[in-house]
Design a binder for this molecule. Structure first.
Ligand SMILES: [Zn+2]
Length: 478
């Protein structure tokens, strides 16, 4: 009997806004002292009125569009009532039966065999976060800075069949949220977390058996380990004829890598949902949706396809398409120079390496795309060699933010295009490498590159390589 996993994910992502969901407290409390970034609204004091954050709403709409959901004309906020120490109001403001958007999907390409699989997304709704509890042996501490932070919850249909697929799905969602600046989705800061539901059944069966929901997974590794552990546990029960009798809520122990029982799974009636009386139903005008659509450029998967069709390698296309800022910069320099090979060399091999070594983001460095375009065009025209550009010009541009031509005139760099001088060195190299010359004469053209390299070395990279190559051939054949 073949047993398969039936998995659905709820992903919580913190929206990239300046302020919290319903008040003017800052969204980002990363460096703040606990319980300092709070106000009467997010602390739930009596009589305070929440006001929905417009920017959070726009980002949530953008997410809905990106994942192919239908944005509903009207949505409403609801109170989800539960008592827990991290929840100062005694309820969360969330969405129940009229969410912001519903019925979308995302296509995943398998890492192993490149097959495409679609995971349907049931809904994306907005809500605010609770505070953060930290547990010690015999006491717990609470930090309300996170209370009221804006979240989207992305709820998938149970279309996922393995832990690998769950990770692939979650990573794709994370990539798109980051790419579109909807969420930083930084897992170390708790901005991207999962609840994973899993049940088992015989392969080919269509029914959904009772499931267990594993709460609060905060890394891809734990997501994968928790699902694997829970799958094996349920599979064994199933094979012994012991289906789950009721739905469970589980925790995951990050040291033993095992799931453990928390409570029977709460059903929606446990939360006593009712419409949030302090926020009216909100209609979304079509122009708002249109505005957000305009903000969505090509998504990473489409951009990658486009790059592959231009002739990039899988690795190059994946790397650039994974980051919207890279895409914008790269597309600009490629458009203006029209030289894919040089652009890849100067972007992937040179600029990105410098960024890594200096721990900089591309938006923090000094080489504007216009200056990069000029540098590449100077190489293309043969005014300077790639070696000169890389070793002499680029480092100064990176350091001082100067343009390529400013650096060249300041440092008196230019390529040697003096035919007589190059010819003299070529002759010397030919005399010192008679064996290589014989090989070239016998048709082994590739050896020519070796001789060009020797001439370039002799001129400290200042000779024009295509000129060197032509002169060498001329001398060898004469
Ligand atoms: Zn507040």
């Amino acid at each position: 009997m073949n047993i398969e996993a039936v998995i659905g994910l709820e992903i919580h992502a913190q929206l990239n806004t300046k302020t919290k969901m319903f008040c003017r407290c800052k969204n980002d409390s990363f460096d703040a002292i606990p319980n300092t970034n709070v106000c009467p609204v997010c602390m739930g004091f009596p009589g305070q009125l929440p006001v929905l954050n417009k920017e959070a709403l726009n980002l949530a709409i953008k997410a809905g569009i990106a994942f192919n959901l239908e944005i509903l004309d009207e949505f409403k906020m609801d109170r989800k009532n539960y008592f827990y120490p991290d929840n100062p109001r005694g309820f969360q403001i969330s969405q129940y039966d009229k969410p912001l958007s519903k019925n979308g999907y995302i296509s995943l390409i398998s890492n192993e065999d490149n097959t495409e699989q679609v995971v349907r997304i049931n809904r994306i709704h907005i809500e605010d976060d609770a505070g953060k509890l930290t547990h010690f042996n015999d006491f717990s501490l609470i930090d309300f800075n996170r209370a009221g932070v804006p979240l989207i919850e992305i709820v998938s249909e149970p279309d996922i069949r393995s832990s690998e697929q769950a990770v692939l799905y979650a990573k794709e969602i994370q990539k798109i949220l980051k790419y579109l600046n909807i969420s930083d989705a930084d897992m170390e800061k708790g901005m991207f977390r999962f609840d994973a539901s899993i049940s088992v059944r015989e392969s080919g069966d269509n029914k959904l058996n009772k499931r267990a929901e594993i709460k609060n997974l905060n890394s891809f590794k734990f997501l994968s380990l928790a699902l694997d552990y829970e799958f094996n546990r349920q599979k064994e029960l199933y094979l012994n004829g012991e289906l789950l009798e009721k739905e469970l809520t589980l925790g995951f122990d990050e040291t033993s890598f095992k799931t453990f029982f928390l409570r029977d799974k709460e059903q929606s009636y446990d939360y006593r949902y009712f419409p949030e009386p302090d926020i009216p139903n909100i209609s979304i005008e079509s122009k708002v949706i249109f505005e957000q659509k305009k903000n969505i450029s090509k998504l990473p998967a489409d951009k990658k396809k486009e790059y592959l069709s231009l002739g990039m390698s899988e690795e190059e296309a994946t790397f650039i398409s994974s980051n919207n800022k890279f895409v914008i910069y790269f597309d600009k320099i490629l458009k203006e120079t029209g030289d894919l090979k040089l652009c890849l060399n100067f972007f992937n091999n040179i600029l990105i390496q410098y960024l890594k070594e200096n721990f900089l983001d591309i938006s923090e460095q000094k080489i504007k795309s216009e200056n990069m375009i000029e540098l590449i065009n100077l190489v293309k025209k043969g005014v300077i060699s790639t070696t000169q550009a890389k070793n002499d010009v680029f480092p100064v541009m990176f350091e001082d933010g100067l343009s390529a031509s400013e650096v060249i005139s300041k440092k008196a760099i230019s390529q040697i295009s003096d035919t007589d001088f190059i010819e003299k060195i070529c002759k010397e190299i030919i005399n010192q490498n008679t064996e290589s010359v014989d090989l070239i004469k016998s048709g082994k053209d590739r050896v020519l590159g070796y001789l060009v390299g020797l001439v370039m070395k002799e001129t400290k990279g200042k000779a024009n390589p295509s000129m060197v190559s032509a002169i060498l051939m001329k001398l060898i054949n004469s």
